[in-house]
Design a protein around this ligand. Structure first.
Ligand code: C2E
Ligand code: MN
Ligand code: MN
Length: 403
């Protein structure tokens, strides 16, 4: 299928400019062989390229381009399908924007068009050209340093609860994962993640229960989460716990149970964050909203988990505003390489800034993901890059330090 990929990248600062023409010549020969055509723009620092051709060939060439050390910060802006090539005749034409007037470049690009209908700016691909040539995208394109710019140094702060403080009469336990502000080197909160006795995942643990048992277990388990957090010593940290929205809906005593257990373990409601995944709540939203009101009235902080995945979408924010949202790992993974994910996250950030909702990013595994998210304005992170969840305790945290 005829496929179009558009990407942007940054020429490596120490790459000789003279080599540009040679690069294009070499790429041209290779692309012709693969029947891939397109246009390459260069503005003195950045490349912008459109590749068109058979799907497999375009993707193969794009993979090679991603591995080319002569440029970095490669972001895929568009991957789309079309009935015909826009630039059928050109192998790979280079336009150096430094040598042409902006309007001339746009016209020259249009003149290269070979589609049956005259190329128009209604076309997404052409809109991307215009944006790049007019340089109107600058504020959303971040230059992030190479991944080895930072070292991640473990602070050896890990703590395991000893046997005597662990729950003995339950078939589950909790792992704790720090939620941190890497730049100020502060642990903001610990998230309690349920585990089977032998470390089984939450899905495996809940999978063994009937639906009715799940809600009871979900709620009752929080007593153990509070006990373990209290034994770990929270100090000025907050404690985040997960709750199914339907647990609140189906267990009318949920809020009073939580408040009692919070107090029984020497914690205060203002220290507790309840995270909801909005997966099944729609049907009884009013009951859910009522329970959230009681949580808030008691001083408990409310977060929407997995924001941007499944049902937890932007629309939700028009129905009620949580104190915090957590951006789901599906959106975080490789955000530094993906134009669409960058656009979605920037929209979430903008929206939450207007509503004064605090954002954190979950599932950060790569330095580049973290650096991109910091550049975008996110300050709070949770992920294996910094600290993994630790069964029956808290792990060391690896803090970034400039090399
Ligand atoms: P969640 O609330 O989004 O929790 C974060 C999950 O992402 C955890 O998985 C954590 O181990 C994982 N994670 C964190 N950083 C990384 C990373 O860098 N890479 C990768 N690959 N994973 C990372 P876990 O512990 O398996 O929990 C899965 C989900 O189970 C949780 O997602 C939460 O929605 C649910 N869950 C956990 N405990 C409870 C609970 O007590 N009650 C309810 N209802 N759900 C729970
Ligand atoms: Mn969570
Ligand atoms: Mn998750």
């Amino acid at each position: 299928m005829l496929t179009t990929i558009i990407y942007r990248s940054h020429l490596r600062d120490d790459a000789p400019l003279r080599a540009l023409e040679d690069m294009v010549t070499a790429a041209n020969i290779k692309n012709r062989r693969s029947d891939v055509t397109g246009i390459l723009l260069f503005n003195g620092r950045h490349f912008f390229q459109l590749l068109e051709g058979p799907e497999e060939k375009v993707k193969e060439i794009y993979r090679c381009i991603c591995n080319d050390p002569r440029h970095h910060n490669i972001v895929e802006l568009m991957c789309d399908y079309a009935p015909a090539r826009r630039f059928g005749k050109v192998g790979m034409e280079l336009f150096d924007l430094q040598k042409h007037e902006r309007n001339d470049v746009l016209q020259a690009v249009l003149n290269k068009g070979t589609s049956k209908f005259q190329l128009t700016y209604d076309d997404r691909a052409l809109q991307f050209f215009r944006t790049f040539v007019l340089a109107t995208e600058k504020s959303s394109y971040f230059e992030i340093p190479a991944p080895d710019y930072w070292s991640f140094i473990a602070d050896n702060s890990y703590t395991l609860l000893d046997e005597s403080t662990l729950p003995s009469d339950t078939d589950f336990s909790f792992a704790f994962q720090p939620i941190i502000d890497p730049m100020s080197q502060r642990v903001i909160a610990l998230e309690a993640l349920i585990r089977g006795k032998n470390g089984e995942t939450p899905a495996a643990y809940f999978g063994n229960l009937t639906p009715e048992e799940v809600y009871t277990a979900d709620l009752r388990s929080k007593k153990i989460a509070f006990a373990m957090a209290s034994a770990l010593g929270l100090n000025d940290k907050m404690l985040s716990v997960n709750l199914l929205p339907m647990t609140l809906v189906n267990k009318p005593d949920a809020v009073s149970f939580l408040l009692n257990e919070i107090a029984a373990h020497g914690l205060v409601p203002e220290q507790i964050i309840v995270e909801f995944t909005e997966s099944e709540v729609i049907s009884r939203f009013d009951t859910f909203a009522q329970a959230v009101k009681s949580l808030k009235a008691a001083g408990i902080c409310v977060a929407i988990d997995h924001f941007g995945a499944g049902f937890a979408g932007l629309q939700l924010l028009s129905r009620f505003q949580p104190d915090r949202i957590k951006i789901s790992r599906e959106l975080i993974t490789d955000v530094h390489k993906s134009g669409p994910r960058q656009a979605i996250i920037q929209a979430i950030i903008k929206c939450c800034a207007s509503l004064e909702i605090m954002i954190s990013a979950v599932g950060v595994e790569k330095p580049e993901e973290w650096m991109w998210l910091e550049s975008a304005g996110i300050e709070i992170f949770q992920g294996n890059l910094f600290a993994q969840a630790c069964l029956n305790g808290t792990p060391s945290v690896s803090w970034p330090e400039k090399k």
